[in-house]
Design a protein around this ligand. Structure first.
Ligand SMILES: NC(=O)c1ccc[n+]([C@@H]2O[C@H](COP(=O)([O-])OP(=O)(O)OC[C@H]3O[C@@H](n4cnc5c(N)ncnc54)[C@H](O)[C@@H]3O)[C@@H](O)[C@H]2O)c1
Length: 380
């Protein structure tokens, strides 16, 4: 029988439900990894909590006030998936209550908030804290990570990491909290999507030395949902170009693109590494595929192989099947629960110090956009 860790969920929206889905199919995992059991939920919207109480008989606390979960000795850990303006207060309260935490990105609405969350964590080293990021757990991305670690690319020419949506292409889509600066933050699309494109590069040791940013705000107002119009001041799209130092003391460009206005893209995450010996890419647009180059003398050919269901953490699912978003969420949760249990997954969930680097990069990007120049991260 797998050991159980009792969880409270703060924020019962889109991502809260994804966690519940992963917890409900823990039996899928073949390894002995502590099992999350949801015993409490907190959200000011009763209907959001009812989905949990209706589907999970183990939920014994349903409350509008998340502090009730924090004072409950029968809760060991928290998943918090709330709007960005609440990250600082909620995450610090969770850490100070001595509960383990998987928080959501951007892990604080801005750099000052992130600094204060990390200060609280420094006072409580006994709790395990990580930030959600699931895309690296696709088998195709794991294959890319393996090749990076084994130096298969030779000298790196360029790395491109991107996350693109078309969800905002309809200018008549009503505004929600993710399009309001006061709730989503000044980073706009970077705060929403940036950590997803940073996790693998940062973990591979590709630390940006500087950044030049091109940020766009294309749809500047939206229906307010009450018959009027509301200003929409968040950045829609961002292109960040950074220098990263390579093993020979030279540098290569790291391009990180986050877009809410990307025609035709649904939830399209991709990572591409171009190297002198070989190149490879993975995209969730074609989730069963892994693309790589083979070469004959001077020529290179792009090849495509079907990866199949080859998860980082073994499951009962057959290898001939295909992998999808809920599987990536399950793998991320299995990696987090492994870390919570004292283990070390081969690719771990985003660490608090990596969220600090993310905030330095995104803050530098705002300065770059404002001042129209390359900004060194050492300035931030
Ligand atoms: N990892 C991912 O792929 C991914 C995807 C989408 C969103 N996110 C992140 O997840 C977080 C939540 O986003 P979402 O899409 O689930 O949003 P959402 O709007 O669907 O859900 C947020 C929930 O928080 C609740 N809430 C508001 N105030 C609260 C409070 N004081 N206490 C408890 N609950 C409160 C809301 O009522 C809502 O139900 C954000 O940080 C977002 O960036 C991550």
């Amino acid at each position: 029988m797998k050991k159980t860790v009792r969880f409270g969920v703060i924020g019962c929206g889109l991502m809260g439900r994804e966690f519940a889905g992963a917890a409900a199919r823990w039996s899928q995992l073949s390894e002995d990894i502590p099992r999350p059991e949801i015993v409490g939920v907190a959200d000011p919207v009763p209907g959001a909590r009812e989905w949990f109480t209706g589907n999970f008989p183990g939920v014994r606390i349903s409350t509008a006030d998340y502090r009730e979960l924090l004072s409950d000795p029968g809760i060991d850990a928290i998943y918090a998936a709330v709007p960005h303006a609440l990250h600082e207060r909620v995450y610090i309260d969770v850490i100070e209550a001595g509960k383990h935490l998987l928080g959501e990105k951007p892990f604080g609405i801005d750099k000052a908030a992130n600094d204060r969350i990390l200060m609280a964590l420094a006072r409580h080293p006994e709790v395990t804290v990580r930030c959600s990021s699931e895309f690296p757990y696709y088998p195709g991305c794991q294959e890319l990570i393996r090749r990076i670690r084994e130096h298969e690319f030779g000298k790196i020419i360029e790395v491109r990491s991107s996350f693109c949506h078309s969800s905002d292409m309809d200018p008549e889509k009503p505004i929600n909290w993710k399009r309001k600066v006061e709730l989503n933050g000044e980073y706009g699309c970077m705060g929403d999507l940036g950590i997803h494109v940073e996790h693998v590069p940062f973990r591979m040791g590709w630390i940006p030395e500087n950044v030049f940013a091109k940020l766009s705000n294309i749809v500047t107002e939206r229906p307010d949902g009450k018959g009027g119009r509301a200003p929409c001041l968040t950045w829609d799209n961002a292109l960040l170009i950074s220098d990263v130092r390579d093993a020979d003391g030279g540098t290569f460009p790291l391009l990180m693109r986050t877009m809410r206005l990307a025609p035709g893209a649904t939830n399209s995450w991709s990572l591409e590494v171009l190297g002198m010996r070989s190149s490879a890419r993975f995209t969730t647009d074609d989730p069963n595929a892994f693309f790589y180059t083979d070469s004959w003398g001077r020529e290179q050919a792009w090849c495509r192989i079907g990866v199949g269901y080859k998860p980082m953490i073994p499951t009962v699912t057959g290898g001939i099947f295909e992998f999808g978003f809920p599987d990536a969420i399950l793998q991320m949760w299995a990696a987090f629960m492994t870390e919570l249990g004292g283990g070390t997954p081969s690719f771990g969930v985003l660490r608090p110090e990596e969220t600090r680097l993310s905030h330095r990069l995104q803050t530098a990007a705002l300065v770059s956009q404002r001042e129209g120049r390359v900004v060194r991260l050492s300035e931030i």
